[in-house]
Write a protein that binds this ligand. Structure first.
Ligand code: SF4
Length: 298
């Protein structure tokens, strides 16, 4: 799918081609061409840190957002590529030693788990506190921390198009079920919201809910148009897709349906707030990022 757009004062007409989403994780560090000329020591540090904390970067971020002439000081490089300072010295040394010795995968994974467990993956007791109940049953993937706001963590949105080095939600990404908050249960979410008329805001969060297919988002959000959810006035969607994958809103196969869903909710009187997470102006310097913002605001 292509999208044609007119920027009145800048680019007269622009056509955006669909782009294939290609992602690299810790297992493909050696496949990222752009980093192969970095010092050996930097590459080793990346490998060590990425064996403890989740690492994921996509080709658009590598090729369009990072100014490689400025690495290591480039802000987007700093935002996504693992660095030694992300681990405590003793944790770093322990993992570095295993890599130096050529330890096997099982030992590396076991050490990584122990280090992660020591990092307080869910500060403020998030796995025990703020967990609401419906009919005596704890709702997974839902938090009710503030009177008017319910947070929802849909399981299909518990990853991101790239990972930030500062992320405090990394526990969602490491594949450890005990550390993960997530729900696929739209019915339970709706049942809870229906009963709690003091709730005016639903915050859909992750990970990044914009990783989800539009059809999943429809399943969670469209029922809120029924009269029994009139008290839900604001639907907030926390996302960094405008930075990491703006194609989600422009040329991905279900981008049009996504924009239509937003329009439908807004036309029905809901306030839809895209809580775009930005860290640096460089994240919105591409034409596709500008077009994604334009489509959301249209
Ligand atoms: S986008 Fe948000 S949830 Fe995803 S890695 Fe970055 S900080 Fe974490």
């Amino acid at each position: 799918m292509n999208s044609i757009v007119t920027f009145p004062n800048r680019i007269p007409v622009q056509e955006f081609e669909e782009r294939r989403f290609k992602v690299f994780t810790d297992r493909q560090l050696d496949k990222i061409e752009a980093i192969q000329n970095l010092p050996e020591e930097t590459l080793f540090e990346m490998k060590v840190v990425a064996s403890v904390l989740p690492f994921r970067v996509n080709e658009y971020v590598i090729n369009e957002l990072i100014n490689w002439d400025k690495v290591p000081n480039d802000p987007i490089y700093q935002l996504v590529f693992p660095q030694k300072g992300m681990l405590k010295d003793e944790h770093y040394e322990r993992m570095a030693q295993l890599h130096r010795e050529g330890a096997d995968k099982k030992d590396i994974q076991a050490a990584a788990k122990e280090i992660r467990d020591a990092l307080n993956p869910h500060p403020a007791g998030q796995m025990e506190m703020n967990m609401p109940e419906l009919d005596g049953e704890v709702l997974d993937g839902v938090q009710h921390k503030y009177r008017e706001t319910v947070l929802f963590f849909p399981s299909q949105g518990q990853t991101c198009h790239s990972y930030c080095t500062f992320c405090f939600r990394w526990a969602q990404f490491v594949g450890d079920k005990d550390l993960k908050m997530a729900s696929t249960d739209a019915e339970k979410l709706h049942g809870y919201l229906q009963k709690h008329t003091e709730v005016s805001d639903l915050l859909v969060t992750g990970g990044d809910p914009m990783v989800m297919k539009t059809k999943n988002l429809v399943q969670y959000l469209e029922p809120l148009l029924q009269p029994e959810f009139d008290h839900i006035q604001t639907i907030r969607i926390g996302t960094k897709a405008l930075t990491f994958w703006p194609y989600r809103f422009v040329t991905d196969k279900d981008a049009d349906e996504l924009i239509e869903l937003f329009a439908k909710l807004v036309d029905a009187g809901k306030h839809v707030a895209i809580m775009a997470h930005y860290n640096h102006w460089q994240e919105i310097t591409t034409d596709i990022a500008e077009e994604a913002i334009r489509r959301i605001r249209a």
